[in-house]
Design a protein around this ligand. Structure first.
Ligand code: IVH
Length: 669
């Protein structure tokens, strides 16, 4: 993205975020999910970080809560109530630590982690141990006085417990912060009125009539002690808060990032069984002096981050729309995405189902879309953010020919799905892909027919090149999703598979040629071709030009290769693979680096005593020769074993030199 593009994108994002805030807060209408809105805000704050010159005071990223409501007394916060910057990945966590290390070189970093409760933040001020004021965050500096409503909450002490700390008495004024929330089980009763427990908690506290709050079973968890009681660490605050009579959630001291991630995973596991809603963890620099020294940027302290659980929706951009061909010829349009994390995994595709769905969504290439991973189904495009268009988006006309075989697509009158009816279409003949990934081809470990079938059926792949842009999330959803689960295939196996695919991107030319499934080009012929041409470029030139350039390969082979290359769609298979970054290396035995048998051709007939034919072929190749399977004038040696076939007679007729097993071994030694 260029600077100018970033500037435009920032402006568009701000506009869209403000629009949705307005819909939500003023018109009580929610058109996109909290997660999708968060995802847009996240993109905005990342762009603002990258281009700080475009950060303005009115940016939605600079906002803390809303303005205080009319009707409540205003409360000026002694210490501002700030927000916490969200992060969503291990990488962003590592970036944060590096940032801290740059800001505080040499400091020993210890963290404290606690769950991030999805409720409503409030601050409580006690005077001489008696609750004096309870307030909302409001603008961050001025909040609303909601003391009456907070007094209805049993877990908020009206009087602090006598000083059990062994300290010299409490100061006159003592301030505590935490979260008002409603337990999930209680929320059920109100779920028709409020979207989530957080909205309900906020709605109940910001009622002028405290009888409303009184009727609702709200709770309070404390997480922060504002007043200095000599605490050196955030973890000590939890201890003190408990002694003062507040409920806290036991957090964990973490020595490093892997401890933080452990805690995060623990909370992910416990998430469903916790009584309240949690949307991530808060990780804070435990040393309070260091925390203060690190300071604040915008409205968020540098020393704290919210490591969020991955939401089920996210926003991203559509790079392309491709058609995939299923086993029955059904055509599925698939959005190729700027990779994005949804539900904890990265995805690069989302289904658009069919032509009608594309029309209904009005989606164009280049659009910002909301993608959704609901449960274990394949990610889908759930909505289009048309407000974010720049004018450069391209509409998508549904092609009427098969992207793989080029034959005409048809849509039966009573169906919504276009289909390719060519029974010879490669995409329908999965054998092509099975062969492509097989041991002698690209040798992609863990990718067998079963998974290929699933990937094809889900519309995620139909050509070899499609394999190389798959992300972990694309694979997980499909193996767990539609059409039944592949047992035991979890995130780990998906990760193994994507890395096996990535590892196979460097491939020897002979294997590459073999993988293409050109008729008569088996393992041996592929090796001969690879040794002769050495690079794919030279091979393509020879194969594409004229038949004669391949004539020494034998008539059948050269005809077949020439025929294969005369189809544009076949050349495209190679070109698409190269576009995906496949690196083709010279064959194991490129000309110029082998011994005395360089370029000599061998054919074996009958069975050899001491080794198998495959082993013999290997030895021939190792010494620089080419093993072939049929005898021609150009054959240099026919190796004759027990019970030779008609090859022997042919060789004699053509005057090809014949040798026995012993002679053969002497030669290749
Ligand atoms: S703050 C020094 N801890 O998240 C920081 N905030 O997006 C100490 N929240 O306004 C910890 N759970 O409403 C902290 N355990 C927790 C929290 C928490 C929820 C909320 C809070 C805050 C918002 C920031």
């Amino acid at each position: 993205m260029t600077r100018i593009e970033a500037k435009k994108r920032i402006a568009k994002l701000k506009e869209a975020i403000n629009h949705h805030r307005y819909l939500y807060h003023v018109l009580d209408r929610q058109e996109i999910s909290d997660a999708a809105l968060d995802s847009l805000k996240h993109e905005l704050s990342q762009l603002e970080r990258q281009y700080p010159e475009f950060l303005t005071k009115d940016s939605p990223t600079q906002r803390v809560g809303g303005e205080p409501l009319e009707g409540f007394k205003k409360v000026q916060h002694g210490v501002p109530m700030l927000s916490i910057e969200d992060i969503f990945s291990k990488q962003e966590l590592a970036d944060w630590e590096n940032y801290l290390k740059r800001l505080a070189p040499g400091a020993s970093l210890e963290y404290f982690c606690e769950p991030k409760i999805d409720g409503f933040a409030i601050t409580l001020v006690y005077q001489d141990s008696i609750l004096k004021t309870g307030a909302t965050r409001g603008s961050g500096t001025v909040g609303e006085d909601v003391t009456q409503n907070l007094k209805t909450i049993e877990s908020i002490p009206l009087r602090l417990r006598p000083d059990l700390l062994g300290r010299s008495g409490l100061p006159n004024i003592l301030e505590v912060r935490g979260e008002v929330y409603m337990e999930k089980k209680d929320f059920e009763k109100f779920s028709s009125e409020y979207a989530n427990p957080r909205n309900l908690a906020a709605g109940s506290i910001r009622q002028l009539d405290s009888r409303v709050a009184n009727q609702r079973p709200l709770k309070f968890l404390a997480y922060s002690l504002i007043t200095d009681l000599g605490q050196k660490k955030h973890s000590e605050e939890h201890q003190i808060l408990k002694e003062l009579g507040f409920k806290t959630y036991p957090g964990k001291e973490c020595q490093n990032l892997s401890d933080i991630l452990d805690f995060w995973r623990e909370m992910v596991r416990k998430r469903d069984s916790l009584p309240f809603q949690v949307d991530g963890i808060v990780a804070v620099v435990n040393n309070n002096v260091l925390f203060q020294k690190l300071g604040v940027v915008g409205k968020s302290p540098r020393g704290v981050r919210a490591l969020k659980f991955s939401p089920k929706q996210a926003s991203t951009q559509i790079k392309d729309i491709k058609l995939q061909v299923g086993r029955t010829g059904a055509i599925t349009p698939v959005a190729v995405l700027e990779p994005v994390t949804v539900g904890g995994v990265t995805i690069s595709r989302a289904t658009l189902h069919n032509e009608d769905e594309i029309k209904r969504l009005g989606v164009k290439i280049g659009d910002t879309v909301i993608v959704e991973r609901a449960g274990d189904v394949i990610p889908a495009v759930a909505g289009v953010m048309k407000d974010l268009r720049t004018g450069k988006e391209r509409g998508f006309t549904f092609p009427k020919i098969c992207p793989v075989c080029g034959s005409d697509l048809k849509k039966p009158a009573d169906e919504v799905v276009w289909r390719c009816f060519n029974p010879n279409c490669q995409a329908q003949k999965r054998e092509f892909l099975y062969h492509f990934v097989s041991k002698k081809g690209f040798d992609i470990k863990g990718l067998g027919p079963k998974i290929i079938d699933k990937l094809c059926d889900a519309g995620l792949i139909s050509t070899p090149a499609d394999l190389f842009s798959l992300e972990i999330g694309d694979i997980i959803s499909l193996v767990r999703g539609k059409g039944g689960a592949l047992r035991g295939f979890g995130q780990k196996s998906a990760a193994n598979l994507t890395s096996a695919i990535k590892n196979s991107k460097k491939v020897l030319l002979n294997r590459f040629l073999y993988a293409l499934s050109i008729r008569h080009v088996g393992e041996e012929t592929a090796m001969v071709l690879a040794q002769r041409f050495n690079t794919i470029k030279k091979f393509k030139e020879a194969a594409g030009q004229k038949l004669e350039s391949l004539s020494d390969m034998g008539v059948e082979v050269s005809k077949s290769i020439y025929g294969w290359f005369s189809h544009k769609k076949n050349v495209k298979i190679i070109d698409d693979l190269l576009k995906e970054g496949i690196r083709i290396l010279p064959p194991e035995n490129a000309p110029g680096n082998q011994g005395k048998l360089s370029g000599k051709t061998f054919v074996i007939t009958g069975s050899l005593n001491s080794i198998t034919r495959v082993e013999a072929h290997k030895k021939i190749r190792l010494s620089g020769g080419h093993p072939l399977t049929s005898v021609s004038k150009k054959t240099d040696f026919l190796v004759v074993g027990a019970n030779p076939s008609s090859k022997l007679e042919k060789a004699r007729k053509l005057g090809v030199k014949t040798i026995g097993e012993k002679e053969f071994f002497n030669l290749i030694k």
